[in-house]
Design a binder for this molecule. Structure first.
Ligand code: PLP
Length: 358
């Protein structure tokens, strides 16, 4: 492995106009540069470079197209009020990427090199980090199998690419609860499968249920376990939490649940505040029971894009459960304010989560 290769930089000669700050949306616009690096069995990771944002050319037989050997990550860069640029826990993303790579029989990427790539790219395109409440720069590292060979074996060639997109506030009108359909037919993942890897097929497999839920007026689905359709896994592509009688519960990581960095950060924040938090198997039945007994106080999803997404309503087999009167709970709001406060440099960061880009 040639981990010490310096990153070559080719700057664009035709910078793009920046999009209007109030119309950013999510993943629509891309910055002027991208990072790219190649892997071959012979040379390991090599040719690390930052180049103008551009299309890539692949052989139609590239394995990623046929057998889905691919992994992605998602993290954000924030601009603070005094103009500093900081990343939220990028080391955690790179460690998770390597766990995903391992599950998908893909080679690990030296964490230091991947971090250097992300920092270098965020620095060169720092003018693209929008300021303004709630705006940020979404960073999408991904790895694809590029060997042109139709045999079903791990690819011997890969590319690691990082692209970046300025994104708008997830809640332009303030944090808002969503309605969630509890999915009893389709499943997202199975224990022993690839649910804990951030790999493309998991998301393709979820679209059908997501579309059906949307047709019925629900924003997303709540996934139950693949074996019995009884135990709670995730909401859409977020981890999920429930506050019951003063204690916060979230499904324990079991191999089919993605190990969210926001999930981990929320657990650490709650422990820091001495709020009881429990990771264990959680059935949908006990959530409904807690709801009926008046003990279910709040529920929320967690993920990089939204940070916190309060759940105001569940629908399980036609039975609706309204949570906290369909309003954002106090604890959900406090977690949201504190996490985003740390991310935007407005609050102290007692955990050392923020990494400044110089
Ligand atoms: C990315 C993702 C999450 C959230 O992870 P974060 O690191 O908090 O962004 C949760 N579930 C799934 C399925 C995901 O893909």
């Amino acid at each position: 492995m040639i981990a010490s290769t310096p990153i070559q930089i080719e700057r664009t000669t035709t910078p793009k106009p920046k999009p209007p700050q109030d119309k950013l949306g999510f993943g629509i616009y891309f910055t002027d540069h991208m990072f790219i690096m190649n892997y071959t069995a012979e040379f390991g990771w090599h040719r690390s470079r930052i180049v103008p944002y551009q299309p890539i050319t692949l052989d139609p037989a590239a394995k990623v197209f046929h057998y889905g050997q691919t992994v992605f990550e998602g993290l954000k860069a924030y601009k603070t009020a005094d103009g500093r640029v900081q990343l939220f826990r990028p080391d955690a993303n790179m460690k998770r990427m390597n766990r995903s790579n391992d599950r998908m029989s893909m080679p690990p990427i030296p964490t230091e090199l991947a971090l250097e790539a992300i920092k270098g790219l965020a620095k060169i395109d720092q003018d693209w980090i929008p300021d303004g409440e709630g705006n940020s720069l979404y960073i999408r590292p991904f790895v694809i199998a590029t060997e042109a060979l139709l045999g079903v074996q791990p690819s011997l060639e890969y590319q690691f690419i990082v692209i970046m997109s300025p994104v708008g506030a997830y809640y332009p009108e303030g944090i808002n609860p969503v309605k969630i359909f509890v999915e009893s037919h389709y499943v997202r993942a199975m224990v022993g499968g690839v649910g804990e890897a951030k790999t493309a097929g998991n998301y393709a497999a979820g679209l059908k249920a997501q579309d059906a839920a949307k047709d019925q007026g629900y924003t997303q689905v709540l996934w139950l376990d693949g074996a019995e359709h009884k135990y709670i896994e995730e909401v859409g592509s977020m981890n999920v939490f429930f506050k019951i009688d003063g204690t916060v519960y979230t499904p324990a990581l079991n191999g089919s649940i993605l190990d969210g960095i926001t999930r981990n950060s929320v657990i650490r924040l709650l422990k820091h505040w001495n709020v009881p938090v429990v990771e264990r198997v959680l059935s949908i039945e006990e959530i409904y029971e807690a709801g009926k007994n008046g003990k279910l106080e709040e529920s929320f999803g967690t993920g990089t894009a939204a940070v916190i997404s309060p759940v105001g309503e569940l629908n399980w087999r036609g039975e609706k459960l309204i949570i906290n009167g369909g309003k954002t709970g106090q604890l959900s709001e406090k977690i949201y304010n504190d996490l985003t406060g740390i991310q935007y440099g407005k609050l102290e960061d007692p955990f050392g989560w923020m990494i400044e880009v110089h």
